[in-house]
Design a protein around this ligand. Sequence first.
Ligand SMILES: CC(C)(COP(=O)(O)OP(=O)(O)OC[C@H]1O[C@@H](n2cnc3c(N)ncnc32)[C@H](O)[C@@H]1OP(=O)(O)O)[C@@H](O)C(=O)NCCC(=O)NCCS
Length: 170
Amino acid sequence: MTSDIALKPRRVADSAAEMAELVLPHHANVHGSVLGGTVMHWIDLAAAVVASRHSRRPVVTAAIDEMSFQAPILVGQLALLRAHITLVDRSSMEIQVDVDSEDLLTGEKRHTSTAYVTFVAIDPTTRRPISVPPLELVTDKELEEHARAKERRRIRLEHRDHLRATRTIR
Ligand SMILES: CC(C)(COP(=O)(O)OP(=O)(O)OC[C@H]1O[C@@H](n2cnc3c(N)ncnc32)[C@H](O)[C@@H]1OP(=O)(O)O)[C@@H](O)C(=O)NCCC(=O)NCCS
């Protein structure tokens, strides 16, 4: 791990990203709605944009928290992804990605998923984790989200350690 005290703090708004994906037949399952794995791919990409913008470093996905799909997104509808950073530690960043569907004929929007993705910045040569700029929290909402993100990080790492200690690999 390298430390760089000159890393300038960045705000949540500096790295926030939005993405729209039109659901095409090749994205769909046999029921005419988008595959869960495809939505997860888009979530990963939206979160990668945020982590890259915040850190301006190469980043890799370390973890995606458990997530659910609350409503289908049908072929011909849009998947709207909004991603923002909620927590920065030394090399890791938590990104929240909210997904909505938009019916292009009616304009109706529905929330379908929220995911929390952890990215880690790595040194391009050693591929070992490196420090990222601190996060400057501005609004009360950002402070509240950050407190919740800290608790999620604690639980996530505890869960990871438990899985590592108890798993058997075949
Ligand atoms: C992510 C990775 C760089 C972490 O390396 P590591 O040797 O575990 O490094 P460390 O133990 O020093 O952890 C580095 C940071 O990652 C975080 N981290 C590691 N595993 C994590 C997990 N499962 N969930 C959340 N955070 C995790 C640590 O908390 C630490 O955060 P901090 O620096 O902000 O305190 C390494 O596991 C890796 O390269 N994984 C593959 C990434 C990849 O290829 N992703 C694409 C999908 S396959």
